[in-house]
Ligand binder design. Structure first.
Ligand SMILES: [Zn+2]
Length: 416
């Protein structure tokens, strides 16, 4: 079976021009002694917005690997797929993020629920998970509640997994199960029984993406109680460790943190806990590379700076439309957004400093950053005008992308 390494990084790239720069950042980490496997991820939704197709992501990944003579493992992730859209990703992807968030809370049949509860018999009473100081109290009521929430979703994950297996062969891809795009977080004890369901469905999951406590807004820092996140994250790690042994799951099964880019305030805790237990992680990024493209355009000046200003001007007037699909994962304070006229007068430096994620920098504005984050649709509408500017300014933009991934992300997460 294709097995994912201990550390992996999901690198989203909306317009598929930054594959080389992204790979350079990961190779730099490798030269620093930490192997982080690149996984190019793109969801069906993103493909729809930028009018690209799944094979385009494969082409980008393969050509970056060839250009840089990269010899390590890498994957192409069909991000957040379901039975309705997985078909288009079958040939070009070797990593599938099966998204079953939409099925959470749909009741399963009584028969299925009873069978699940019966399979959990030996875990009722006081459930002690090694290294978690407090026991979990498990009774039939709790199991019923957990089954009521998650059993239909995981059964569906089984259907999708088998669909992919029939087409591709089980040995040829990595499976992730995601349930992060929901309102309420899954608790560690819920995660334990979700993993039991995954085992019952015989899904060889290698990564699992729960919804964590706190807000994981797009492109900006974590919002929430860092200590609460750390406690939950640590318990999740221990739950997975125990579940692997108890349920005979894949021995490399690890957590996947979605919208993981730019969550700088929790990186030290993630780093500490992974080191403490010697565990791996998958971190997904998406918009952070797109934001660096816009920063690179601003830094380049001239026509490129004009385009960056135009993206903001249009995003500001179409704020409602652009934000709607991301309502749950952005928080923009409208009164803290600069006017179009103000931005019109900005230098390259001022624009870049406003957008670049340097917490504490006097010019940094997370509201501006989040609005540009959802504004990639405007760049897509610019068509060749936008992508020609990417080509013309590729050196400067590539430096921004590489520096962001390496210096601000990989270095912090892996203590390089
Ligand atoms: Zn996600």
């Amino acid at each position: 079976m294709k097995k994912l390494g201990k550390y992996s990084f999901g690198i989203g790239d909306r317009f598929a021009h930054q594959g080389n720069a992204q790979l350079r950042a990961l190779m730099k980490a490798q030269n620093g002694g930490i192997e982080v496997i690149p996984v190019w991820n793109k969801s069906n939704r993103e493909h729809g917005y930028v009018h690209s197709l799944p094979p385009d992501t494969r082409k980008e990944a393969d050509s970056a690997v060839k250009d840089l003579g990269y010899k390590g493992d890498y994957c192409v992730d069909a991000d957040h797929i379901n039975l309705g859209n997985v078909e288009g990703f079958i040939h070009s992807s070797d990593f599938f993020t099966i998204d079953v968030a939409g099925k959470i809370g749909i009741p399963a049949s009584n028969e299925d629920i009873q069978a699940f509860i019966a399979s959990c018999k030996s875990y009722t009473g006081q459930l002690n998970i090694p290294n978690i100081s407090h026991p979990f109290l498990v009774d039939e009521d709790l199991l019923k509640k957990i089954a009521g929430k998650f059993l239909t979703a995981i059964n569906e994950a089984g259907n999708i997994y088998r669909f992919i297996t029939d087409r591709k062969g089980a040995a040829n891809f990595v499976t992730e199960i995601s349930m992060d795009e929901v309102e309420s977080p899954q608790s560690p004890v819920e995660l334990f029984f979700i993993l039991k369901m995954i085992a019952n469905q015989n899904i060889p999951a290698q990564t699992i993406a729960p919804k964590f406590t706190g807000r994981f807004n797009k492109g900006v820092d974590y919002v929430g109680e860092v200590s609460m996140f750390a406690k939950e994250f640590e318990e999740d790690i221990l739950v997975i460790d125990y579940a692997i042994k108890e349920f005979h799951l894949m021995d490399n099964l690890k957590l996947s943190v979605h919208s993981g880019s730019d969550k700088f305030s929790i990186y030290p805790e993630i780093q500490r806990i992974l080191t403490k237990y010697d565990k791996g992680i998958h971190v997904k990024t998406a918009g952070t590379t797109w934001l660096e493209e816009v920063i690179g355009l601003a830094v380049s000046g001239g026509e490129a700076l004009k385009a960056a200003k135009s993206i903001y001007a249009q995003a500001l007037t179409r704020q409602e439309e652009l934000c709607a699909p991301y309502a749950d994962v952005i928080d923009i304070k409208a009164d803290q957004l600069p006017s179009v006229a103000e931005v019109e007068g900005w230098s390259s430096e001022k624009y870049a400093n406003t957008l670049r994620h340097i917490p504490g920098h006097p010019d940094y504005n997370p509201n501006f950053r989040q609005l540009i984050h959802v504004g990639y649709k405007i760049a897509a509408e610019m068509g060749d005008y936008y992508t020609d500017l990417l080509k013309a300014n590729k050196v400067v933009i590539g430096q921004c992308v590489e520096e962001n991934l390496y210096d601000r992300h990989l270095k912090r997460l892996f203590k390089l």
